[in-house]
Design a protein around this ligand. Structure first.
Ligand SMILES: [Zn+2]
Ligand SMILES: [Zn+2]
Length: 385
């Protein structure tokens, strides 16, 4: 009589997860998460998302690795200094888990990522440390209708909050006080151009970044499983490690906060063509019965700058978002005198900028913009297909 040997099943990567009753690895495999910022928090968040097997991770950051990042960034090495953070992070994350896919976006959430791309995600995890950056995430999250997790850290304190445009709860913008707006605006000149002030270095260490990032990822895991997280929308946990404290608060929704009105389903879809003129877009919309159309840009944009010196009168084509344009470049490059410009915020058929193209307006691919019409506000998508 012959015995057939029963071989134990080979072990697989996610075996320990399978022991968790509510865990659904397939659900995580198909989850799309956008991580904004690849600094101290971002490194820890990304590491954890890769370990648990979140299948489609997009990372956006415009920065390069610096030597000062190495005390808090598990994904970076000394040999990476000077390289784009997102590229380095992508490489290391694929070493940690080759079964997932990583999209590295070396750019700025405010200017380089279309709202349509964000709409395709399940969740945004915010890993940035300024009011301005968080405001920008909140704006794009509410335009796209995608929930987001926010966090902040200092030396031995941290906080995590959760915002969901699909609820009536408070958003991040609801928390911005007059003092915070003022601090945000200190980075810009009266005209709205960018002042050349270096970002203030924050004192912080790896332990607090690990703890707070781990909390963000735990909240993300619960949300992605369709489960109630430890935070409901509009709630915040504040954590202190020295001395210990932890408490949860509900953020007050501000009655006049405009961010909540940003979520609209696109009504028109145009194929993104950099040479497409706004005139063609608005004419099509009006022909479809939406008269008095006014298209609002997400970021006010400078198209040209004209020298005020009559002997020079040099006109330069700029095509840059106003808040990205450095204050130091305001003077005329020909004669060093003052220049005049107007930032385009909206365009109507009767307006002066009607011949501007998508490229001139610095629209990213798959952008979604709001358009006021006689029949109310609609949204227009400029998709890749
Ligand atoms: Zn709000
Ligand atoms: Zn000039």
């Amino acid at each position: 009589m012959e015995f057939q040997e029963i071989l134990p099943e080979p072990e697989s990567r996610y075996d320990r997860h399978k022991l968790i009753q509510w865990w659904d690895q397939d659900r995580l495999r198909s989850a799309k998460v956008l991580v904004v910022g690849a600094g101290a928090l971002g490194n820890e968040v990304l590491k954890n998302l890769a370990l648990v097997g979140v299948g489609k991770i997009s990372i956006v950051d415009f920065d390069t690795v610096s030597i000062t990042n190495l005390t808090r960034s598990v994904l970076f090495r000394e040999s990476d200094v000077g390289l784009p953070k997102v590229e380095v992070a992508r490489k290391r994350l694929l070493e940690i888990n080759p079964e997932i896919s990583i999209e590295a976006i070396n750019g700025d959430l405010e200017f380089d990522l279309g709202v349509g791309d964000v709409r395709e995600k399940d969740l945004i995890v915010g890993c940035l440390d300024s009011v301005n950056a968080r405001w920008a995430i909140n704006q794009i999250a509410y335009r796209a209708g995608i929930p987001w997790i926010n966090a902040g850290i200092s030396v031995a304190e941290g906080e995590v909050s959760f915002f969901d445009p699909n609820t009536e709860a408070a958003c991040y913008e609801c928390t911005i006080s007059d003092r915070m707006w003022k601090r945000r605006n200190q980075r810009y000149s009266c005209q709205g151009t960018k002042l050349d002030i270096p970002e203030k270095a924050m004192p912080t260490t790896a332990p607090i970044a690990s703890i707070v990032a781990a909390m963000e990822v735990q909240q993300a895991l619960l949300y992605l499983h369709g489960k109630k997280g430890f935070l409901d929308a509009g709630e915040k946990i504040s954590l202190g490690l020295n001395p210990w404290s932890a408490y949860k608060t509900r953020i007050q929704r501000q009655k006049y906060c405009l961010a909540h009105d940003l979520t609209i389903e696109p009504k028109f879809n145009f194929k993104y063509d950099p040479n497409l003129k706004i005139k063609e877009v608005l004419q099509h919309i009006e022909n479809c019965g939406f008269s008095e159309a006014v298209l609002w840009l997400r970021n006010p944009t400078i198209d040209t700058m004209g020298c005020l010196n009559p002997d020079c009168a040099y006109i330069e084509q700029i095509n840059a978002p106003l808040s990205k344009f450095p204050d130091s470049k305001l003077a005329c490059p020909q004669c060093d005198r003052e220049r005049d410009f107007e930032a385009i915020e909206n365009i109507s058929l009767a307006g002066p900028q009607i011949n501007a193209t998508l490229r001139e307006l610095c629209l990213p691919e798959n952008e979604i913009l709001h358009c006021e019409t006689a029949r109310g506000q609609i949204a227009i998508q400029f998709s890749r297909t």
